[in-house]
Design a protein around this ligand. Structure first.
Ligand code: SAH
Length: 218
């Protein structure tokens, strides 16, 4: 299929995806609108582009996957339910799709990825889409991005066994962290920093993310 062909069909299939997400419980109109607009097929290999609007995760190389659209929508919706966010930290850029969703909805997004080639591809895609309010760092995101903190939102796309202390510390008071936690069995959690030393945690639902790994790869 040529690029234009994909462009034309993608608008229709994207509409179907949005309907599906709505039926699955995603109700935030801003989030649904961004998913309706964003060309997810540009975030996967051409060979997989025809599957980009299925509600599934897909391989992006390096043993990693682009998150399922439902997951991206759910995490973004949960993050924004605490009110508009200005500075958001994302751990695990991956394909850059979640990054692009955030870029459309928050003032500044700071995204950390440990696998350099993935980060570079994501950076190129965001430039192509003219999304300029994103800052990238190649590092182990388990340490957050202290120099740019505190953040009023943090989204983590890979699961640690325990929530890293650094992420809690880099959350501003009033800030919200959305993170999967666990190993073979995981749950998606929401953590609000309600005061300097006071956090409130809530389990959102079961989850299946790639593990948060330490170190970084060039
Ligand atoms: N939301 C992304 C998810 C990609 S999968 C997308 O939809 O494309 C999770 C990503 O987290 C992978 O790219 C993986 O390399 C990255 N990751 C895992 N551990 C990490 C760490 N400690 N620091 C930064 N990125 C990490």
């Amino acid at each position: 299929m040529d690029i234009q062909g994909i462009g034309m069909t993608s608008r229709r299939t994207r509409e179907r995806l949005v309907t599906r997400l709505y039926e699955a419980g995603i109700k935030d109109p801003q989030v649904l609108e961004v998913i309706r607009q964003l060309p997810r097929h540009l975030f996967v290999d051409e060979a997989l582009a025809h599957r980009a609007y299925e509600d599934t995760a897909l391989p992006i190389g390096f043993n990693q996957t682009i998150s399922q659209p439902y997951t991206v929508a759910r995490m973004t919706e949960a993050l924004l339910a605490a009110g508009p966010r200005k500075r958001v930290l994302e751990i695990g850029t991956g394909s850059g799709y979640q990054t692009a969703v955030l870029a459309c909805l928050v003032a500044q997004t700071y995204s950390v990825e440990r696998i350099l080639p993935l980060q570079e591809r994501a950076r190129t895609r965001l430039q192509q889409l003219n999304l300029r309010n994103v800052h990238f760092k190649h590092a182990d995101g388990g340490f957050g991005w202290a120099e740019k903190g505190p953040f009023d939102g943090i989204i983590c796309a890979a699961a640690p066994e325990e929530i890293p202390e650094e992420l809690l510390q880099q959350l501003a008071v009033g800030g919200r962290l959305i993170i999967p936690v666990g190993g073979a069995s995981q749950e998606l959690r929401q953590v609000d920093r309600i005061d300097e030393g006071q956090y409130r945690q809530q389990a959102l639902e079961g989850a299946r993310f790639v593990p948060l790994l330490s170190g970084s790869i060039r």
